[in-house]
Design a protein around this ligand. Structure first.
Ligand code: F6R
Length: 357
């Protein structure tokens, strides 16, 4: 129930710090260590390549998940959009493990791939919010998101949960393989939960930012580099699906290869600066768009901030920044939709679970 909340989306965004804490709890054993089910750990360790299959926001989580598995578990990963995979199956490795990420566990595009790869005899793992969902029942293994029911069509807390569960699975696999990992994920996730809380608590400021940049615009751009690029894709999806503002997420470096032609006086550009190694490059991109008249909103992370950044998010581990930097983008989208009188929880033409291919 949404109780006193005007929208499920607002309630679900507010729940995000609690979701991260719940996941830490659910994936911790009696000795206080992060764990995943033994059988799943074995399947992950036996795989020579992971194929992540998902749609929409879950696909965006998969892009981040690739970095987790490659950096922490040292397993190569491919991420595919489920609707494309079926008729364009890449050359597979010898021992693939297919990972389906789906909040609902009912997405037909993803199920169609699951059926196909099962027939080929490959092992399958579903990461879902819904125990007993089709994708969960039909896969060999399931990791649950524990995010609680997500009712708003726009996915928010499930994305955060997907990132947390992917991080845990990758971390536990890496540790168990004896990989050199120089941080404690449990501690870092708890820090991220607090950081998310501080953003949730600043929603009035985020409403202001939304008005400042999006009140009258017909389009908007989101840019980032490295892991920030994936978050910019998610930020753009959130904005377009609920506010109907045309929005695009771009890799900062790609701007000059075409997109920059679209920048005019007043065009809003949201730029994420959370990755130290590319901070100067993305700031360079911000200068390029500002020179062409863009209304740039820089969202940076503490330690990488400069005096005229519009929003500074608390410092978290370099791999966990998406869980935090996406939150202001969710709120900014929510307020843009609200101020335009859109039906926030039930945007036009969209269904919560897409059960047709
Ligand atoms: C975006 C959104 C959709 C879903 C997509 C996959 O906010 O909700 O893009 O992420 O339809 O749905 P699931 O995760 O249920 O497979």
């Amino acid at each position: 129930e949404k109780g006193t909340y005007p929208h499920y989306m607002l309630k679900e965004m507010d729940e995000q710090p609690g979701v991260v804490r719940k996941i830490i709890q659910q994936y911790t054993n009696d000795a206080g260590e992060l764990i995943v089910d033994e059988a799943i750990l074995t399947a992950l360790k036996n795989a020579d390549r992971l194929y992540i299959i998902a749609a929409g926001t879950s696909y965006h989580a998969g892009l981040v998940g690739k970095q987790y598995f490659e950096k922490l578990a040292c397993i190569p990963v491919e991420v595919h959009i489920s609707s494309e995979f079926g008729y364009n199956i890449p050359l597979l490795s010898e021992k693939p493990l297919f990972i389906f990420i789906s909040q609902s566990g009912e997405t037909a595009d993803s199920r169609q791939v699951l059926v196909k790869v099962k027939k080929m005899g490959h092992p399958t793992l579903t990461i879902t919010n819904v125990a007993g969902s089709t994708l969960s029942r039909e896969a060999d293994y399931t990791l649950l998101l524990h995010a609680g029911p997500e009712i708003a069509v726009a996915s928010t807390k499930a994305y955060i949960a997907q990132l947390a569960v992917l991080a845990i699975a990758a971390y536990v696999t890496g540790k168990s393989k004896g990989n050199q990992i120089d941080f404690d994920l449990k501690t870092e996730l708890a820090i991220a939960a607090n950081a998310i809380q501080s953003i949730v608590d600043s929603k009035e400021e985020l409403h202001k930012i939304s008005k400042e940049y999006l009140e009258t615009t017909r389009n908007a751009f989101f840019i980032g580099r490295n892991i920030d690029y994936y978050v910019s894709l998610e930020g753009a999806l959130k904005l377009k699906e609920i506010s109907y503002i045309q929005a695009e997420g771009f890799a900062g470096g790609e701007l000059k290869h075409g997109t920059i032609a679209l920048i005019e006086k007043g065009t809003p550009v949201f730029a994420l600066v959370t990755q130290e190694p590319v901070a100067l490059n993305i700031r360079g991109n911000v200068k390029e768009v500002v020179t062409r008249g863009a209304n740039a909103c820089v969202i940076s992370m503490e330690g990488l901030d400069e005096h005229d950044d519009r929003l500074v998010i608390p410092k978290v581990h370099q791999l966990l920044t998406p869980m935090v930097s996406v939150v202001p983008l969710q709120f900014i989208s929510y307020y843009a939709a609200l101020d335009r009188g859109c039906d926030v929880d039930k945007p036009r033409n969209l269904a919560k679970s897409v059960t047709v291919e």
